[in-house]
Design a protein. Structure first.
Length: 457
């Protein structure tokens, strides 16, 4: 890879960045009729969701935790995707869900997730959210001193409320979330005074980035905090290490080549980006949990897993993106295409709001896939959405295609279930939101149905 770059250092060839894809997606696309049938039925862009893959990811986390011997719970970080199918899968696997609003909480309950398996995170929570969470015996991650006082007040009417105290991590000192040191001390005192009202079950954090060691180090330190809190008469038997479990979208060699070689000429309008998501990482998913548990602690020679076990501390985690890895892709019908100098501009039915990374001053890099494939004249092309905005681009990069995509083709954006497909969607231009299609394979046959999001307000 790097050799290729050295040889062509004047004009490095535009990288092709094929996504790492799960088997089910390849099998589904190999079916000659299925995608055409769905595309004809919905008549616009749509997302394809595969709950069976979600179950595999969830099982991997649950198995890693079980094999470590550490008691705990996996909570799905719900904000990463709006569909209810993941919630049903969580309920069936006795996993929990991490929510941050009344509609998210109601959506989880509606799909059979029990209140006691729900953790409520997020900044200053509404009265309604605190009330519903308390009534359903959810675990509330308290984020501020005033919030703790509101919880205590509410408990006069609801009975004891289960809480965690969310800490401001030293590793992310600029985060607006979490309790700083003095506030944390104050909250611990209040929890001890108000033991009838709040059941303080431990501490939580959620770190930016995907590194193992700051998570392990903070969990280690919070075990000390749990031991100290127990001295105050608090339950303090759990630590939530939040989400941020890494995902691999691209082959590491492809990603390294792109990182080194990319230049503005690879993008439409010579667009320059200051940052990209880390599209290839290690360790990822449940392996990252395993590495966290195997990390050394401050006490020489002791692993984090052992400390959890010896102190009788439960490990809670809230993966979002990692549970959705390989769980879905997004399909955009091609509306038309044209040539501009040496590259093509393709316009699809759909908007760049269905590819959230485009709205973080960055770019979703895995190559969109032309379907059906077909032979022709190879060409690089960027992909625009069907709005009147010049900056409504699903892909600024001039992606290498085997032929120019044309009206009637489909463009498939791989691995979009985690945050890409529905985080930023709007009905701009009064266009309907893309349909959501749940697929499952039974005895070698694909079944599909439309997933309707409930209007829970
Ligand atoms: C967003 C969020 C998560 C999920 O994060 P991922 O990066 O998707 O794993 C978990 N916990 C909290 C508190 C969050 O805000």
């Amino acid at each position: 890879m790097e050799l290729r770059f050295e040889q062509e250092n004047v004009r490095a060839p535009a990288a092709s960045l094929p996504a790492l894809e799960p088997e089910w997606a390849l099998r589904l696309r190999a079916d000659q009729r299925l995608l055409t049938e769905i595309a004809e039925a919905v008549g616009g862009p749509f997302h394809v969701l595969c709950p069976d893959r979600f179950v595999d990811n969830l099982t991997a986390f649950q198995t890693t935790l079980a094999e470590s011997g550490v008691p705990g719970q996996v909570y799905f970080g719900k904000k990463a995707n709006k569909s209810g199918c993941w919630l049903r899968a969580c309920a069936e696997a006795d996993a929990g869900v991490d929510v941050a609003s009344v509609p998210e909480l109601a959506h989880a309950l509606r799909n059979g997730v029990r209140g006691e398996d729900i953790v409520v995170t997020g900044a200053a929570k509404t009265e309604e959210l605190l009330w519903l969470a308390a009534r359903q015996r959810c675990l509330i991650a308290v984020d501020a001193v005033d919030e703790l006082e509101r919880v205590i007040e509410k408990a006069h009417r609801t009975g004891t409320i289960r809480i965690l105290l969310r800490v401001l991590p030293e590793h992310n000192p600029d985060s607006r979330f979490g309790l700083a040191e003095t506030d944390l001390r104050h909250c611990l005192r209040r929890c001890a005074e108000q033991r009838q009202r709040v059941r303080m079950e431990g501490f939580s954090f959620h770190l930016n980035g995907y590194a193992v060691s700051p998570r392990a180090a903070l969990a280690d330190r919070l075990i000390d905090e749990c031991l100290a809190a127990r001295e105050l008469g608090l339950v303090a038997d759990s630590i939530s290490i939040g989400g941020g479990f890494a995902v691999n979208y691209l082959d590491p060699a492809d990603w390294r080549y792109f990182e080194r070689a990319h230049r503005s000429s690879w993008f439409h309008a010579n667009r320059v980006f200051s940052h990209f998501y880390p599209y290839a990482q290690a360790p990822v998913g449940a392996d990252m949990l395993d590495e966290i548990l195997a990390s050394p602690t401050a006490a020489a020679g002791e692993r984090l897993r052992t400390r959890f076990l010896e102190t009788g501390t439960r490990l809670l985690l809230e993966p979002g993106r990692a549970l959705l890895d390989g769980c879905g892709f997004s399909v955009f019908p091609v509306q038309g295409s044209k040539r501009r100098e040496d590259y093509g501009i393709v316009t699809v039915s759909g908007l760049s709001m269905s590819v959230s990374e485009q709205w973080k001053a960055s770019e979703y890099l895995p190559d969109p896939i032309l379907w059906p494939e077909g032979e022709g004249q190879p060409i690089n092309a960027c992909i625009g959405g069907s709005s009147c905005l010049d900056y409504d681009m699903l892909t600024w990069r001039k992606v290498p295609f085997t032929r120019l995509p044309k009206f009637g083709d489909l463009l498939i954006y791989p691995n979009t279930a985690g945050y890409q497909m529905d985080k930023n969607e709007t009905e701009f231009h009064q266009l309907p939101l893309p349909d959501r299609i749940i697929v499952s394979e039974r005895q070698g046959r694909w079944h599909w149905r439309i997933d309707k999001l409930p209007h829970i307000r």
